[in-house]
Design a protein around this ligand. Structure first.
Ligand code: ATP
Length: 237
């Protein structure tokens, strides 16, 4: 069977600045894969390229066997890929519930929208408690949960999550990571970008390490956790 997502020899960047150099990775259906690396290694650029915010200059990106390289972000999102990123701001003056329902823009059936809403509320009970609160008045951790929950409202097959632990207190990091594990258990395929290497390897099945825009190491999480270079360069052990 073909992987759900295939990134093959992708070159990408910003104008004349090339950031990704022949990046190849794949994610099987139902898998939880993490993409690790130092600041500026190109992790976010990889997710943006998959999600269609940047067109690759070379190589191909395939989702369910079909090329999506260079397609606009809204087209890619409608194929079943959801990108959860800090930059994609929530609507501060709208309530939690309104923000969530906007995430279900592609789900026409009202009943299905409510099911999606109940599903994300079961994952993040805090959002249910705060459903009438304006998104802009939620705490940093709550907004992060709201962003993930909104990404789930379109009922994606593949969730791309960019640095969910950034700026969160340890307890909230645990909550957010637990929610990602639950999502995988419910059948969602996940590609997670994280700087918190030890935590990411604890929950992911496999991982890739990007160094200066190239895939330097890849393997099962248990192998990466025991890899000398990963331990010294990224885990401070
Ligand atoms: P971090 O962990 O710090 O977020 P990252 O691995 O996600 O890092 P990217 O955000 O992909 O790294 O950035 C890779 C390189 O691309 C960096 O040198 C960055 O300065 C550059 N870059 C990112 N966004 C842009 C942009 N919009 N325009 C120009 N250069 C950019």
């Amino acid at each position: 069977m073909k992987p759900l997502l295939e990134v093959e020899n992708v070159d990408a960047g910003y104008g004349f600045l090339q950031v990704l150099w022949e990046v190849s990775l794949h994610v099987e259906e139902g898998e939880f894969v993490c993409l690790l690396g130092a600041n500026g290694a190109g992790k976010t650029t990889t997710l943006r390229t998959i999600a269609g915010f940047i067109a690759p200059q070379g190589g191909d990106v395939r989702f369910k066997g079909q090329s999506i390289a260079g397609k606009p972000a809204h087209t890619i999102s409608s194929t079943g890929i959801s990108f959860v990123s800090e930059e994609l701001n929530l609507f501060a003056n709208m309530t939690v519930r309104e923000n969530l329902l906007l995430g279900a823009y592609n789900v026409r059936d009202k009943q299905k929208q409510l099911e999606a809403l109940n599903f994300v509320y079961s994952l993040f009970p805090r959002l249910k408690e705060r459903e009438k609160q304006l998104a802009g008045t939620m705490s940093g951790g709550e907004r992060k949960m709201l962003a993930i929950a909104r990404g789930m409202m379109s009922q994606p097959e593949l969730l791309l999550v960019d640095e969910p632990s950034l700026g969160l207190a340890p307890q909230l990091v645990t909550n957010v990571f637990d929610a990602l594990v639950t999502l995988q258990q419910r059948g969602v395929t996940i590609l997670l970008v994280e700087q918190n290497v030890a935590s990411a390897l604890r929950i992911a099945d496999r991982g890739y390490v990007l160094e200066q825009g190239k895939i330097a190491i890849e393997g099962k999480s248990s192998d990466l956790t025991n890899n000398e270079h990963v331990r010294s360069a990224y885990m401070g052990i």
